[in-house]
Design a protein around this ligand. Structure first.
Ligand SMILES: *Cc1c(COP(=O)(O)O)cnc(C)c1O
Length: 368
């Protein structure tokens, strides 16, 4: 018998330090764990109306073609997005969710010891991808729940490579406005890439929201990120994209895996972006949901952060993990913001009106 050779693998130090992303709990998991049947999820900012019917039709049409690899450059989707965004096709880079585009940015531009700057709290994946590259995530506290762009510009060093701004921010729902962002861009050195993550752009009602497309056309180091996971209702298919200088898009295209956006995802996303009626219905439902939540929180005496997204952050006045658990036992999944430095806040996505009412009724009981 040859001697068996068993030895533990040594994980790289910077990977050993990583903590996994905590997603919203899936409905099925809560059903299994708690023996509940009727469970609703208002935890991941998904679209309660589901996908556009046109997207579903497009998906079914290509279903029989999935024995073949997709076209890596996603030409039909590229045309549809270029038209919707009024930007040249070569400014676009597609990902398996906008998450993958964030990952590509980290892989492409971050070396060990480099720095990224992000708000705190903000979308946690910015920091996770930076740590995966052994880079440093510099976290600048929000001011009044909003990105403090002055402080973020002050935090730039020679090692800064990328600044991430989620606009509206997740988990707070706050927006930084056009004039503020333009002033910020004047202060950021030209070699630093500024990423404006507009995952919730469709929901924004503020007319002063920034539009960085002209800056991209001028050749500035900027990326605007979009996703099909939120207002377009395609979270399960995984598609997102960045709009950026063609030179940056070209480099990222070399880094991405060749077939990163799959056949049904390309087809459904191209149909979804053309269905402006479905987005309008989605935005209208969300506006009702936000107003309803705000009014109910006021009646309950709870402080909330007015949101430009499809979720609201609310101070429940006690450990949010307990409230999260208690709501879950009533079949309502929300997100506890405890791990994001907001120990007494929960983040709740807007759902259908019956779902919204069920959440409010459950919250009243839990806090009684
Ligand atoms: C949901 C979300 C994303 C990720 O979306 P995917 O396209 O599903 O990967 C990116 N940024 C922010 C701020 C988000 O909330």
């Amino acid at each position: 018998m040859p001697e068996t050779q068993i030895a533990p693998m040594t994980t790289a130090d910077h990977i050993a330090r990583l903590r996994p992303y905590v997603p919203g709990k899936p409905i099925e998991e809560v059903q299994r764990e708690l023996g509940l049947t009727d469970v609703i999820k208002l935890a991941s900012n998904e679209n309660p109306l589901g996908p556009s019917p046109h997207a579903l039709t497009a998906l079914l049409q290509v279903a029989s073609g999935i024995a073949l690899y997709p076209e890596g450059s996603a030409p039909a989707l590229r045309r549809a997005v270029a038209e919707a965004q009024q930007m040249p096709e070569e400014t676009l880079v597609f990902g398996n969710g906008s998450d993958e585009v964030l990952h590509l940015l980290a892989q492409t531009y971050l070396q060990p010891g480099d720095e990224i700057i992000q708000g705190d709290p903000s979308f946690t994946m910015y920091g996770i991808y930076a740590l995966q590259m052994n880079a440093v995530a510099v976290k600048v506290p929000l001011k009044n729940y909003t990105h403090d762009l002055e402080a973020m510009a002050d935090a730039v060093t020679e090692k800064t490579r990328i600044i991430f701004i989620a606009n509206p921010n997740n988990p707070t729902g706050t927006l930084v406005r056009r004039a503020e962002v333009e002033k910020f861009l004047d202060r950021v050195p030209a070699h630093v890439l500024v990423v404006l993550d507009e995952a919730y752009d469709e929901y924004v009602s503020d007319p002063d929201k920034p539009d960085l497309r002209p800056y991209i056309l001028e050749g500035r180091n900027i990326m605007v990120l979009h996703t099909f996971s939120k207002a377009f209702g395609l979270a399960g298919l995984r598609v997102g994209y960045g709009i950026t200088r063609p030179e940056i898009a070209e480099v990222l295209n070399r880094v991405r895996s060749p077939f990163n956006v799959n056949v049904p995802a390309q087809a459904a996303a191209a149909a979804a972006i053309a269905d402006t009626d479905h987005v309008a219905r989605t935005v209208e439902l969300n506006a009702h949901g936000r107003n309803y939540f705000n009014a109910e929180f006021e009646k309950m005496g709870l402080a909330y952060v007015p949101s430009e997204g499809n979720f609201v952050l609310v101070d429940v006045g006690r450990d949010s993990r307990e409230v999260f658990e208690a709501l879950q036992h009533k079949g309502v999944i929300v997100r506890a913001a405890h791990g994001m430095g907001l120990p007494n806040h929960i983040r709740v996505s807007t759902g259908t009106m019956p779902q919204n009412e069920r959440f409010i009724a459950a919250l009243r009981e839990v806090l009684r």
